[in-house]
Design a protein around this ligand. Structure first.
Ligand SMILES: [Zn+2]
Length: 200
């Protein structure tokens, strides 16, 4: 099983963040519970993280956010999960021996909203690293990065579980569209309580 902790960074999660996702503070406690459970149960967790430069093309689509080196780019729970941590650079490639280790925390940096724009993560995905695996997805935003994560994993043959009380979206119309697309792709919906219960 893998946890995917999508873009839980201060610029998205904090009310005064540069690209605050309205209501994101409501899911904060559940995200913390999931990340603490990952520590306790030693679940490999992949945290995606925008790491932008000030002139990135994504800023034609979205206001500037998560500029590398600024507080807004930091994860809201920078120390969680408590597992050996590897940072994967934006341009890192998945070499022939690359694999996803057990009980490890990967922080995968990206410059586009799709976390599979990171070549290392996409390389592993294409190679079948997530095929048939249970992937529990949470974070922000339901209609952008979480959507890209859930659909990208479903396309790669993963069993995707979206934690509905640990995701938050930007706008009602795009959230509804994203939920419909995810259901059509076979994504299942769960809750933080259900996930935690399933780990005991
Ligand atoms: Zn971004």
């Amino acid at each position: 099983m893998y946890f995917f902790d999508v873009d839980t960074q201060r610029d998205f999660m904090d009310i005064d963040g540069a690209l605050y996702v309205p209501g994101a503070e409501k899911i904060r406690a559940n995200i913390e519970r999931l990340l603490r459970a990952a520590s306790d149960k030693r679940i490999t967790t992949i945290s995606s993280r925008c790491a932008h430069e000030s002139n990135d093309p994504e800023f034609e689509l979205f206001p500037p956010h998560c500029i590398e080196g600024t507080p807004g780019a930091e994860r809201i729970f920078p120390d969680l999960p408590y597992l050996p941590r590897h940072e994967i650079a934006v341009d890192e490639k998945a070499g022939p021996l690359a694999k996803i280790a057990p009980a490890t925390h990967y922080v995968v940096k990206k410059k586009e909203f799709d976390l599979f724009s990171n070549a290392w993560l996409d390389g592993l995905r294409q190679r079948g690293a997530f095929k048939g695996e249970k992937c529990v997805v949470f974070g922000v935003a339901t209609d952008y990065c979480v959507r890209a994560c859930a659909l990208g994993l479903a396309q790669a043959g993963a069993r995707v579980f979206l934690v509905e009380d640990a995701i938050q979206g930007v706008a009602p119309e795009t959230i509804e569209k994203a939920i419909t697309e995810k259901r059509a792709a076979g994504v299942e919906f769960t809750t933080t309580d259900e996930v935690l219960k399933g780990l005991d």
